[in-house]
Design a protein around this ligand. Structure first.
Ligand code: PGA
Length: 245
């Protein structure tokens, strides 16, 4: 299975979502085995759920809280994102690790809560430039993946996003992506056994319609988690077309 997931981050208003969906749904031709997903800001989830109803486009949340309910001002539960139309949730995006103190300790209960709720977690992992320069990339990724067996995820996806490639226009080289994706596959089979061979591993970081075909040809790359380029419906359509080619 291949996935192209639009991570809108803190972008777009309702009118933008409406224009995006009008363009997307007018031309989108779903291809067997290619999943299109959109991860909008929370307030747009019900809007997109309505606009995409009857289409195969899946809704992702960008995060959710591990607790089921309670006094957590400003937080949103797994049940609430599901109620708003999500079937999946991004967890551990590097911007949340950087700005919101997300760590392996906070992510483990979130993965468990997502699975318990029947949501598909997409765990985002990646090294900073300092970690890459210090030759720590594989150690960092190993540590970030190590929470998986404890969570026993039913149906999981991984997004490898080198932090230095996110929003910078500096995409990782094919050789770098190939090395890391092969490493992640090996780790997943060590951690999860045979199930680890099936987990989709996406690449993210300055993906555009111009570089995506080359990235998709790299072994073990099963799609893209796309920020900037995914804000534009025609670019998102192009990415979906490339994934389905
Ligand atoms: P980018 O963001 O495509 O703008 O680099 C990717 C992401 O953060 O998921």
């Amino acid at each position: 299975m291949k996935l192209v997931i639009a991570n809108w981050k803190m972008n777009h208003l309702r009118r933008d979502a409406e224009a995006f969906c009008a363009t997307l749904l007018a031309s989108y031709k779903p291809v067997e085995g290619v999943v299109a997903g959109i991860a909008p800001p929370y307030p747009l989830l019900p809007v997109l759920a309505r606009l995409c109803a009857g289409s195969p486009v899946r809704l992702y949340a960008q995060n959710a809280h591990a607790e089921a309910r309670g006094a957590y001002t400003g937080e949103v539960s797994m049940a609430q994102i599901q109620d708003a139309g999500c079937t999946a949730v991004l967890l551990g995006h590097s911007e949340r690790r950087q700005y919101c103190a997300e760590t392996e300790a906070t992510l483990l209960p979130k993965i468990k809560a997502a699975c318990a709720q029947g949501l598909l977690p997409m765990l985002c992992i990646g090294e900073t430039l300092a970690q890459r320069d210090a030759n720590e990339t594989l150690d960092v990724l190993r540590r970030q993946l190590a929470i998986l067996p404890e969570a026993a995820p039913e149906s999981l996806a991984i997004a490898y996003e080198p932090v230095w490639a996110i929003g910078t226009g500096r995409v990782a080289t094919v050789a770098q992506i190939a090395e890391v994706h092969a490493f992640i596959r090996k780790e997943l089979t060590t951690l999860l056994g045979a199930a680890g061979a099936e987990v989709p591993i996406l690449y993210g970081g300055s993906v555009t319609p111009d570089n995506f075909a080359e990235i998709m040809r790299v072994p073990h790359v099963a799609g893209g988690l796309v920020g900037g380029a995914s804000l534009d419906a025609s670019k998102f359509l192009k990415l979906l077309e490339i994934a389905g080619a």
